[in-house]
Design a protein around this ligand. Structure first.
Ligand code: GDP
Ligand code: IMO
Ligand code: MG
Length: 441
């Protein structure tokens, strides 16, 4: 103990990478437990920008144990490129470990992801097209290839054959694609196995041992609560459970190993891809927030849809994750807006009102946010390091969020830089990195 889960409390891209990097300083282990390279986690250190899709956001600390858990889906090619990219920038990856039980994204998963979206046409989900959904589907169908299979040519060939057989029909348009040739694929993935072999490990054991030593273990989530396959805005979701509970299954620990769950939320809301978004600002103000917040996807470069902070969805996110703390990021991006909207309920058809996030998809699709408007602030707040440094209006805005959601704010982001944070003093001492520790500590 202690185990801290970092999860996205909205629709992803809340700043999980930055927060994970910050608290990883005091941790022995950082582990990704779900998702794959659909994630894009950005860290800014001394004006240098690092973007991670698979590698946990603790890797910038030399030798830090950074684990890819069994719940993650791994594209080995992307993994190898990411490792090479880090080496070329002088980053030590000796602490990296990959679960032997993690599932592997294969060329047919990528093709099926593309084909599935094309087939849906106007109804498409807007996936990242990284093969995530088809890979998780094979895992559930027990046709998956696991990382350990990359180490045995005979097993690998047999499993690829077995996995491709039922897909013959859907893969027919790609029949001539050389990437789908059984021999070529086996050879290629065998090579990836060789290249990754030194990283492959029994990751749950690494986590148990760290917890037994009383070290901090950070479970780094990907995506966000509203993209959860069970609790999100289905079918406009990703294909894994993104909620904190998934950290247990995806890393191999029990719920009693988790002490804290921090939900990361932007001071406003964004979403990439299709699906309902009740507080969306499809206007000039939305464009302004997009530019101010640099809201373009880390993985696909797509412009993110922007809107006011949706407190109905955030409160729901707090519930399904069991949040113990809230991190509000990108407060700085709201400077200069005279009035700020906070969605406090939804209005539906026929004067229906929803105080809670509706469980029925038709209602979520038709819901329009109803706002409480709070005064904004003009000042640039990028230099604020304590709550007292913030304008009163910004403090009121934070208080309103925390009161509504019923979760204390532990950390506030006022810029992309590592030091551009405010620790609020809420119960978090054991995670605060040394240089930013309050004077009393
Ligand atoms: P993640 O997927 O949750 O890790 O988030 P992304 O990295 O996809 O997107 C968050 C973006 O916001 C990144 O470019 C971060 O560098 C940036 N960021 C994080 N926190 C803050 C903040 O408090 N203020 C500003 N201006 N940018 C931030
Ligand atoms: P991070 O970890 C934001 C979205 C996609 C699409 C839906 C399904 O950086 O927060 P998928 O490729 O997973 O099948 O796509 O989920 N999506 C994300 N949106 N941030 C992410 O990750 C996302 N990962 C997937 O845009 O709407
Ligand atoms: Mg992201």
């Amino acid at each position: 103990m202690p185990g801290l889960v970092v999860v996205g409390a909205q629709w992803g891209d809340e700043g999980k990478g930055k927060v994970t990097d910050l608290i990883a300083e005091r941790a022995d282990v950082v582990i990704r437990y779900q998702g794959g390279n659909n994630a894009g986690h950005t860290i800014v250190r001394d004006d240098e920008v690092y973007k991670f899709h698979l590698i946990p956001s603790g890797i910038l600390y030399p030798g830090k144990l950074c684990l890819i858990g069994n719940g993650v889906v791994v594209d080995p090619k992307v993994m190898i490129e990411e490792i090479a990219g880090l080496h070329s920038r002088g980053v030590d990856t000796s602490g990296l470990r990959i679960s032997a039980n993690a599932h592997v994204i294969m060329p047919y998963h990528l093709l099926l992801d593309h084909a599935g979206e094309a087939r849906l046409g106007k109804l498409q989900i807007g996936t990242t097209r990284r093969g995530i959904g088809p890979c998780y589907a094979d895992k559930a169908a027990r046709l998956g290839i696991r990382v350990q299979d990359l180490l045995d040519e005979k097993i690998l060939r047999k499993k690829i054959y077995t996995a491709m057989e039922p897909k013959r029909q859907s893969l027919r348009p790609y029949a001539k694609d050389p990437a789908l040739d059984l021999h070529t694929m086996t050879e290629e993935y065998r090579t990836y196995g060789h290249q990754l072999e030194r990283f492959i490990d029994d990751t749950p054991r690494v986590v148990w041992e760290a917890l037994d030593r009383d070290s901090v273990v950070v479970f780094e989530g990907a995506q966000g609560a509203l993209l959860d396959i069970d609790h999100g805005t289905y079918p406009f979701v990703t294909s894994s459970n993104t909620v904190a509970g998934a950290a247990c299954a995806g890393a191999g620990v029990g719920p009693r190993q988790i002490d804290d769950v921090w939900g990361i939320a932007k001071a406003y809301t964004t979403r990439v891809g299709a699906g309902p978004f009740p507080s969306e600002l499809d206007d000039e103000l939305g464009d302004r927030i997009r530019e101010k917040g640099g809201e373009y996807g880390t993985t696909t470069g797509r412009p993110r849809r922007c809107g006011w902070l949706d407190l109905v969805a955030l409160k729901y996110g707090a519930r399904i994750n069991g949040l113990t703390g809230l991190v509000v990021t990108k407060l700085d991006a709201l400077s200069g807006i005279a009035e700020l909207g906070l969605a406090v309920r939804y209005k539906g058809p026929e004067d229906a009102e929803f105080e809670e996030f509706p469980y029925h998809q038709t209602m979520v699709h038709k819901a329009r946010a109803d706002y409480e408007m709070l005064p904004g602030w003009e000042e640039d707040i990028g230099g604020a390091r304590t709550l007292e440094d913030l304008p009163q209006a910004a403090r009121n805005y934070l208080d309103f969020i925390s009161d509504f959601v019923g979760v204390p704010i532990v950390l506030v982001g006022v810029g992309p830089g590592r030091d551009q944070v405010i620790w609020t003093g809420a119960d978090s001492e054991r995670y605060i990195p040394a240089p930013a520790a309050p004077e009393a500590a």
